[in-house]
Design a protein around this ligand. Structure first.
Ligand code: AMP
Length: 249
């Protein structure tokens, strides 16, 4: 069984981002970048499935600039066997990424694709669903547990009312939620080993995919500054302020 894991290079979750002066986007200059946290969870799950003897090969793929090789090296250090970089300097929107991944699904024929449920930079939560539609494969999103047996995946999902378990036929697409697992720390020996693992580079053109953006960002703005709070002496003053000043009750 082959598992394909798409991993995106994103601004590290601990970094407070700045906007470009013209409001056209986020200023990525000199920011710490990391593997998208949900993708790290997806890699961990794939590697665990391989360690259990359920999967035989884990292939990591990233779409982006040459710098995404670093993200692929993290996936390789965690235990992926090989990696593919779909190299492009262009902005890649979820539909373009889903089309690129679909081309790789056609080429690689993985039994399972495990993506993150969303990338923490754009918060789109679209790519996995679009990929499943393009590839014509069943999907189970927001997985907090995955079990594979007899050509099916049982996927437990956290929904509003509790837990839902879906049984889907392989080959399929699954997206990972936060509680699926706790990713391992990468060790120095594994980082060294990962340097020897292969990363293949392909261009979108070679995959026959049109990556032109379909959505135009008009403006990005910081949320309004919150004004400082005040302390009130008693409940009566609080109620009076909520009624007369904030006018919320
Ligand atoms: P999104 O739809 O942008 O929130 O992304 C959902 C998931 O799709 C991510 O967690 C990744 O697994 C995958 N993905 C999105 N963009 C990329 C990319 N540029 N390269 C590889 N995987 C990606």
């Amino acid at each position: 069984m082959k598992i394909l894991v798409p991993v995106k290079r994103v601004v590290d979750a601990s970094v407070k981002v700045r906007l470009k002066a013209d409001g056209s986007g986020v200023d990525f200059a000199n920011l710490k970048m990391s593997i998208n946290p949900f993708d790290e969870i997806a890699v961990e799950e794939a590697v665990r499935l391989k360690e259990k003897g359920v999967a035989t090969e884990v292939v990591a793929v990233s779409c982006g600039t040459t710098a995404s090789q670093e993200t692929l090296r993290t996936a390789l250090a965690m235990g992926a066997d090989r990696a593919i970089l779909v190299e492009s300097e262009a902005e890649l929107q979820p539909l373009a990424v889903a089309k690129l991944l679909n081309a790789l699904v056609t080429r690689e024929q993985p039994d399972l694709v495990i993506l993150g449920k969303q990338a923490i930079d754009d918060d789109c939560n679209q790519t996995g669903q679009m990929l499943a539609a393009l590839a014509g494969r069943p999907q189970a999103t927001f997985a907090s547990r995955i079990e594979l047996a007899d050509g099916f995946a049982s996927v437990t999902r956290e929904v509003d009312g509790g837990l839902e378990t879906l049984k889907i036929k392989l080959p399929a697409v699954v997206t990972s939620d936060l509680r699926l697992n706790e990713p391992r720390y990468v060790t120095l020996p594994n980082i060294m080993k990962a340097k020897k693992k292969p990363i293949e580079t392909v261009k979108p053109d070679a995959l026959g995919v049109d990556i032109a953006p379909r959505i135009r960002t008009l403006k990005i703005a910081e949320p309004p500054q919150r004004s400082a709070g005040i302390k009130v002496p008693d409940v009566a003053t609080l109620i009076a302020k909520l009624k007369n000043e904030a006018k919320v009750i």
